[in-house]
Unconditional design. Sequence first.
Length: 312
Amino acid sequence: MMQITDRREVETGRITGTLPVRGGPGLPVWMVCGESDGPTLVLTAGVHGCEYVGILALRQLFAQLSPARLRGRVILLPLVNGEGFYAGSKRVVPSDGKNINRVFPPPAEGTIAQEIAQTVVEQIYPEADFLLDLHGGDVNEAMTPLVFFPATAAPDVCAQARAAAQHLEVLYRIPSTAQNGLYSYAAQCGIPALLMEVGGMGLWTEEQVELELRSIQSLMGYLDMGSAPVKNNRQQEAEEMCYAEAEVSGFWFPEIKTEQKISAGQMLGRIENLEGRILQTIRARWDGMALYHTVSLGVTTGDALVAYGKIG
């Protein structure tokens, strides 16, 4: 059972509180308990502090959810990386420089990012029947709305997640082999889970927030939690993905836009040094579609530059 401090029932069936994090500030947690039994859906946002759409969507969702019309429970972690959010920090927790989505499974004791992850594993995973982690392109990323589903968890977990993904209002569905993030490690632990990406470049719109709210309501319908499911028949699945990274530090010049069709051999971007000499070029390995790319002029070795997929 979750160890919630500062627990307050703001209305019948609607609870706010804090999950303690060893060595740091706690995680805000909200919960809506339906008047009839059903599954528990966990929704998380703000793992990266500058990815705003999901944070705002969960704020609105908590205000809208009615226990009288809900089967089961919805647990919301609306701001996992509060330190990064308030500092405007790209991707990491400022106090330790770690990306929460790269520290799962966490050690028994660690830095703040690792302790946040440990709190999620210990307090949240045992409650979840399904988990949806809300992301968007960070301040340095242009992102096509899409959903990642696990491809390397237990077959039944992958199948459940993939089927659920088809009820989200995004056009692209991406199988992922990642195992070290909040949603992907949940899948390794037997919890069907998804990661949805909406927004980017440190921006958000009401339309994007509404898209996520509709997607969550549709997912809840698919999980038989009282809403009406809407299957997205326009959604397409990537058959294969390519993630190009910077081999050197330098000036990055993308030559594509998101949702642009690309051809094998096409120039996708280049890295130059200060004097303008080309240090690295990125060319498409095969025909596909650009799904996201870095917009920052300055990049360093290992930075993600562009991702594209074969869309079936």
